[in-house]
Design a protein around this ligand. Structure first.
Ligand code: HEC
Ligand code: HEC
Ligand code: HEC
Ligand code: HEC
Length: 211
């Protein structure tokens, strides 16, 4: 009798673990996230991926796989400070793709060959706190090499594990810090603000900054 009861408790805990894992997996992706534009009126396709990717006729010069969105042509003001050791360049890599919506110069619906404000483009631009703009002087630096040499120069930085990650979780792109170092555009980590890991207690910052 006793054994049956414990078995019941065991089955209950076991199935709730499975349920939790299942529920976490279901929500930890782009669907239903802020980057799911399938319900936005400006996205007539009602699809999720097509706003950013296409299986055919992609923009081959883009630095994002099968890119389908018009790319920004803006020149950005860059972060600078007297204590900065890194050499920060104009945004490159996937950061340029992010800024193609987040700098506010290109319409959200400028995808699939539609050009900003022309043709099927209805010209809706990003607004509010999601607008990063073309002035990056007041934003965490991006598009710079973060390697062992920089860690040595700064003296208060972790040494990255490899050219593709700091700690096995936070990614680098050919040794560079990009927007996608801190954010997962597809929301696979299921954190607030699309972060790659929780920033509770500044855990994300402390991955790199030894403070
Ligand atoms: C808001 C723009 C956006 C949307 C929507 C989007 N992606 Fe992406 N995707 C990107 C960017 C930017 C990258 C470049 C890599 C990075 O920054 O992580 C990327 C990279 C990828 C890659 C290659 C790298 C990897 O993670 O494996 C694949 C595959 C991919 N996306 C598939 C998809 C699929 C499938 C969908 C729809 C379910 C989708 N994406 C929706 C922006 C987007
Ligand atoms: C196709 C346009 C587009 C692209 C490309 C795009 N975004 Fe966004 N992003 C948006 C829009 C629109 C919102 C606001 C959605 C809302 O508030 O409903 C947003 C919201 C966000 C947010 C706020 C999340 C939150 O929970 O408040 C972050 C962070 C973000 N994007 C990061 C990125 C990064 C990093 C990239 C590149 C890897 C990127 N985005 C590429 C359109 C885009
Ligand atoms: C070093 C890490 C880091 C980098 C690099 C970074 N972000 Fe963020 N970003 C954050 C954190 C952390 C937050 C959440 C801040 C908060 O909740 O107050 C955030 C918030 C945001 C938001 C939401 C703003 C809001 O008020 O809701 C957007 C949009 C965004 N980032 C886009 C970008 C884009 C685009 C890039 C590249 C140009 C970028 N981020 C680069 C760490 C970063
Ligand atoms: C992926 C690693 C990484 C993450 C995550 C990260 N940073 Fe950084 N951050 C750097 C590197 C590398 C530099 C360049 C340092 C240098 O050149 O001296 C930098 C620069 C800075 C600077 C400017 C330093 C200066 O001397 O001007 C500040 C401030 C800063 N980060 C704060 C933060 C905060 C706050 C967070 C969390 C929201 C954060 N960082 C997340 C790697 C990171």
């Amino acid at each position: 009798m006793k054994r049956v009861k414990w078995l019941g408790v065991g089955v209950f805990f076991f199935s709730s673990i499975i349920l939790n894992v299942f529920v976490a997996n279901v929500s930890a992706d782009i669907q239903g996230s802020v980057h799911d534009f399938s319900n936005d009126n400006w996205n007539r396709s009602r699809e999720v991926c097509v706003v950013c990717h296409t299986p055919h006729r992609a923009e081959v010069n883009a630095q994002v796989p099968l890119w389908n969105h018009q790319t920004t042509l803006a020149t950005f003001s860059l972060y600078q400070s007297p204590t900065l050791n890194a050499t920060v360049s104009q945004p490159d890599g996937a950061s340029k793709a992010c800024l193609s919506c987040h700098d506010g110069t290109v319409a959200l619906d400028a995808f699939g060959g539609a050009i900003n404000n022309i043709g099927q483009g209805q010209g809706e631009h990003i607004i509010g706190s999601d607008l990063i703009g073309i002035d990056l002087a007041n934003d965490h630096p991006i598009s710079f090499v973060y390697d062992a040499a920089l860690a040595t120069a700064d003296r208060e930085l972790a040494t990255p594990q490899s050219a593709s990650t700091v700690d096995g979780v936070v990614p680098l792109f050919a040794s560079k810090v990009q927007c996608s170092t801190c954010h997962d555009v597809h929301n696979t980590a299921n954190q607030t603000k699309l972060l790659v890991k929780s920033n509770a207690g500044s855990a994300l910052c402390l991955t790199c900054h030894v403070k």
